[in-house]
Design a protein around this ligand. Sequence first.
Ligand code: ADP
Ligand code: ZN
Length: 619
Amino acid sequence: MSVLERYWGYSTFRPMQERIVASLLGGRDACVVMPTGGGKSLCYQLPAAVSEGRTVIVVSPLIALMQDQVVQLTAMGIPAAFLNSSLESRKQPEIMAKAAHGGYRLLYLSPERLARPDTFAWLERVPISLFAIDEAHCISEWGHEFRPDYRQLKRLRQHFPERPLAAFTASATRRVRHDIIEQLGLRAPDKYIASFHRANLNYLVMECAGETEQTERLLAALRAHPSGNIIVYAPTIKRVEQTVAELAAEGVVAVPYNAKLPAEERRRNQERWMSDDVRVLVGTVAFGLGINKAAVRAVIHLALPKSVEQFYQEAGRAGRDGLPADCLLLWQRRDSGLHGHFIAQIQDAGEKERAWKRYSEVQDFVARPRCRHRQVCLHFGETPKWQECQGCDVCSGLPAWLKTDNGFAPTRSARLGFATAANPQGAVPDEQLKDYLREWRRKTAADQGVPAFVVMHDTTLDELCRARPTTLAEVRAVAGIGEKKLATYGRGLLDAMRRYQEGARAAERRVSMSLPERDTLRCLREGRSLAEIAALRARTVGTIAETVAALIERGETEVPDGCVDVEKRRAIEEQCARLGTERLRPLKDALPEEISFDEIRVVVASVRRAKESGGRRAV
Ligand code: ADP
Ligand code: ZN
């Protein structure tokens, strides 16, 4: 059995991993740029696993990540330890002694730890096989996360001239790459630069007139993603708190994350989000480092990030599972003013200049109607062969849930702004056709007893919508359809396309159900009340109410019996007729005190559902 299978249980390497491992085992220096989630850690862990009696030293600034990796490695039977400020001081000598005897295959050090005067003398005694520098872009002033303590790493090459050095980063422009190589003193390193193109991400950039509009759009986005986890990035701690409150007023439960919260609460909030208890997290940029959650369906920015790298890194936390995800950047003209204000206060002339440069790049990124994916690639020194993508507002237009006509009440019909100007009519994906094909896929999958993505990936459905094939040969030409798929589904697909041409439409939109939703639905069917479900699932009633409302809105269930009493329900419905169901706050204000947000939320969901399905039937 291969080492990869034996320890990791993986059958194949990810792109580039095998070659990187070979470089490191061959004792060569290396510079690796690979997007987050690409599988960098395995590149230095595997060489460690096969080198008995020798130790890979990993330098990382992320304490939580070190701890996670050490726990995982230990569980896999690979001896590993870390030394950093979080460790009790009495444990340190023990670890250091064991390390000097080659007791670890991997040893993780923080840059501060490395900088301590006694560290190098001790490291001389450790049987080091190589140094792996994680987050290597932190060594460069040109990077967006420069850390002065990373400059200490220059000394590694001087002290250990014969040990190989490997630098790893998820985000480095050409300039930063050169800087990393120079500062670390890498010798003719093998370079591995992965593509920065993340085709499953949909980059959506939109200028907003003010915070009110941003909030409206944020709500529209949350409604458009009724299941799955979401990260909202706010520019300041105040804005984090304000956003959480605004969402609460609309019946959306969200947890805050910022540096000012007590560590305990921060951890708890993160944990609730990680475990899918609460699906929306509103945080400052402090959130996300070392977070390894694959199924994030959207990342929403409420302000212009400081740099394109920062945007790429934060937005890139969406869709790590490879499934489609939205990266929505809601910016205001004012953001630029704020950036300018902060940059003006920077004392160091060099740093000031670099900050200006980053800022003008990110301004260019949002303001110019050029393919976002392409701009990102170009920013990182990669020149794509294509000019247009299938997943950005410039190439494909804004999705239905973001489009507006008057004011900012989202509607289905209107289209918007410069995106439209740069967007030829034909390139707009037909949402109705997509819904129809989704329904076809669901039925086909159910007939065959396989998951939907086995029938066809979402990206293939998108392609089909664009290509609108009418012959088998045209179906075959669509990306994602090989011979086998053509033989199995080709005919059925053409039939579906023909029925659509003749006027057939999807019966309803469906979204797959998350685990907490299924769990809650089961409880509802057992006739339990919201409070009972909350107690059973150790969640707040608010969280349960939000889940139930989402289920109702999608037509998965009715308003549960005993959840809202008849009188209250009638009162809420009356106010809905009068005030509409766009916002909950006005409804709450108009209703008697004793009617709770949770009750309103649930009834509003059923009213919205009734309108939706009524509207559909009328079409
Ligand atoms: P990075 O450090 O580049 O952000 P990680 O090393 O954390 O990425 O890897 C991301 C995820 O991919 C992890 O869950 C890891 O277990 C998984 N992974 C890495 N290599 C492989 C592989 N060859 N096959 C399957 N999964 C892999
Ligand atoms: Zn594009």
